[in-house]
Design a protein around this ligand. Structure first.
Ligand code: G3P
Length: 218
């Protein structure tokens, strides 16, 4: 399963790329608004694309098909790593079809149902992004959606990749893997939580204590 970092924060992106742990980045307008300050978001997008050797999802902000297509072309022109992100609306699906026909990769985002995911695949999306955490937030079962999408994509041979998004904790990541999501986009905090286990810490402490008794160096 591919791991993407869900952030526009370059410091976090560098920390994860230095560790060689991530396959790409997803951003959205809210994430870029958190870090941009006075900077032009397009500059930040370019810097992210130059930092990461993998797909970087950059989202349109228009709501009609033509504006989304125009913005999508501009975003794709920023860098070869750019993937155009469009919302899962009627216009977003039309824009997706057009952008894919023009040779761009498209991530269809804000997916909350299996029927929406079917239409994303029909529109030729490269990725579909089901938001599991936001479904859980309203007492739904986000992971059930991943399971359903995997089933219909496998039933009919759709090649659109399932990109589990709105990930809130390590269990979401583990379940996404178990259910066959192709990719999972993870906030930095959750990425580092994945590495931690109290038994690892306890085990390491005991090993180092025992080693000290030898008074030896490696
Ligand atoms: O990339 C967008 C998605 O992951 C949003 O997550 O936590 O705002 O629901 P969240």
């Amino acid at each position: 399963m591919k791991i993407f970092l869900d952030t526009s924060d370059l410091k976090e992106i560098r920390r994860a790329t230095d560790a060689g742990l991530i396959d790409g980045i997803t951003t959205n307008p809210s994430l870029v608004a958190k870090v941009a300050g006075d900077r032009d978001p397009k500059e930040i997008y370019l810097e992210i694309c130059e930092t990461v050797n993998g797909p970087v999802s950059l989202e349109v902000v228009g709501v009609d098909r033509d504006t989304m297509v125009t913005e999508g072309r501009k975003l794709a022109a920023i860098h070869e790593n750019a993937v155009v992100k469009v919302p899962l609306t009627e216009d977003g699906l039309k824009a997706c079809r057009q952008l894919v026909s023009d040779g761009m990769r498209v991530n269809v985002t804000l997916c909350f149902s299996v029927s929406q995911a079917l239409l994303a695949a029909k529109a030729g999306a490269t990725y579909v992004s089901p938001f599991v955490g936001r479904i859980d937030d309203i007492s739904g079962e986000g992971m059930q959606l991943i399971h359903q999408i995997r089933q219909i994509y496998d039933n009919f041979g759709y090649t659109t990749e399932i990109l589990a998004a709105s990930i809130r904790h390590p269990v979401h990541v583990a379940e996404s893997m178990m259910l066959g999501a192709d990719c999972c986009t993870i906030p930095p905090k959750v990425l580092w939580q994945l590495s931690r286990h109290p038994l690892t810490d306890q085990g390491l402490e005991a090993f180092l204590k025992d080693w000290e008794t030898l008074g030896a160096n490696l």
